[in-house]
Design a protein. Structure first.
Length: 430
């Protein structure tokens, strides 16, 4: 694909968008500022492919940032959505699908006894923090550098995702009094957490991505998650897993099933909406019963439990109940991982991090174990490789600090083409 073709209609749309939308985009990472091109405007998607407004096709490794685990326009999901939309788009009242969704989540994720639907991952994490503070009667929250839990005020200190991509340490507009209630520590550093508990007696909760996806993919070290579980129990704090990305992706029961850790609260999103806006938070019954209308922790949402999101999400979750789905995902992930690991270059340092359905290529010499080591990556090198990939029809996340997402419908041909595109890009850098 020539660069001239790539920017025709997308460029014109971007120029229009910049006049009426801040930065021309509705979420910062979409701007493609970090990779130095005009963003590609997408017209449609099907299976493992995106199609832009100029008619170019791309193998998609963004997957709407995670929810398209079965690919775009899965027939079963589309059928469920078409059936639901025939009955209306929103009721502002309870519907049967939200009950079925809650039952399925509680059945699948062992730590969740009750769950409340919301409309985004940000809503889920904000609500979980409020609930944790109420339950413990404490105020301070521990998060980890590079983890991103949405754009709530409590989370925008040393955060990953778009903030890391744009080099923003913390957001303006967050009152100092609120910022002081958040402690951000290095991920995978259990000693730092122990010290924080010694110095502060008012810690309500630890919130983290058990597998980090918003600083690029970073896996927990052995005993790190277990250590956090023990420290929270010992100090009367709640452990909150933000599994908006990893829930129903890395395994049916999420990262907590992989690592055999039971958090007190879990935040979900992405996959449980089948591509529609959704979020949820849940956990122990005694904690969740503090939420209004039966408790005094207030949280509400007009579109929460929306019948369309519930229908699409249920259809997808039902398909994910089959172990064969995760075997397919594992096979695709391993094929891509092994192919990228086989790329040899004396001049281009590569670190490949992966878990089931997620992968990051870091352009750095040393293994990435936290946000600081992730930031050692050569972002200019990443941008050059990314620009080669987009010309070859590969839509990789346009940031070094975002995980790529693999689906069950990526074919061997798709994956092999992706590996070849990476190999050529790296060879050109050498």
């Amino acid at each position: 694909m020539s660069e001239a073709v790539q920017i025709k209609k997308s460029h014109r749309l971007f120029e229009r968008a910049k006049q009426v939308i801040p930065g021309g985009v509705n979420s910062p990472v979409r701007s493609c500022l970090a990779v130095g091109i005009t963003p590609v405007f997408i017209k449609s998607a099907d299976g493992a492919y995106l199609y832009d407004v100029d008619g170019e096709s791309y193998i998609d490794y963004v997957g709407s940032w995670g929810p398209m685990i079965l690919g775009h326009k899965h027939p079963y999901v589309m059928e469920a959505l078409e059936h639901a939309i025939a009955h209306g788009t929103s009721f502002g009242a309870p519907c049967p699908a939200e009950v079925e969704m809650a039952e399925l989540i509680c059945k699948t994720i062992e730590s969740i006894e009750m769950v409340r639907m919301v409309n985004s991952g940000t809503e889920a994490t904000m609500s979980a923090i409020r609930l944790a503070r109420a339950y413990t009667n404490k105020s301070i929250v521990i998060k980890f550098d590079g983890c991103y839990h949405g754009h709530g005020d409590s989370f925008l200190i040393n955060a990953g995702s778009g903030l890391a991509t744009l080099g923003i340490a913390s957001s303006l507009g967050v009152p100092e009094a609120i910022a002081k209630l958040t402690i951000s520590l290095p991920y995978n550093n259990l000693e730092a957490v122990k010290t924080a508990f010694k110095e502060h007696k008012n810690i309500a909760a630890i919130i983290l991505e058990p597998i980090v996806g918003n600083a690029g993919l970073i896996l927990p070290k052995a005993k790190f998650l277990e250590g956090l579980r023990d420290l929270c129990t010992e100090n009367g704090a709640l452990l909150i897993f933000d599994e908006v990305m990893t829930g129903f992706r890395v395994s049916k029961g999420g990262a907590q099933e992989l690592y055999k850790i039971k958090p007190d609260l879990t935040c979900l999103g992405k996959i449980i909406g089948g591509g529609l806006p959704v979020g949820a938070y849940g956990g122990k019954k005694e904690i969740m019963e503090m939420i209004a209308p039966i408790g005094k922790v207030y949280q509400a949402g007009t579109l929460s439990g929306n019948p369309l999101a519930m229908a699409a999400g249920l259809a997808q979750l039902k398909l994910l109940q089959s172990p064969l789905t995760y075997k397919m995902l594992e096979s695709n992930t391993n094929r891509l991982t092994e192919g990228l690991k086989a790329i040899k270059s004396k001049k281009v340092p590569l670190q490949i991090a992966h878990t089931n359905g997620m992968i990051t290529v870091f352009f750095t010499k040393e293994p990435v174990t936290d946000f600081e080591s992730a930031k050692s990556s050569d972002t200019e090198m990443f941008a050059k490789v990314w620009r080669h990939l987009i010309k070859e029809g590969i839509y990789w996340p346009p940031s070094q600090f975002e995980a790529a997402f693999i689906s069950t419908v990526h074919s061997k041909h798709d994956i092999d083409k992706t590996i070849q595109a990476f190999e050529t890009a790296v060879a050109n850098l050498s």
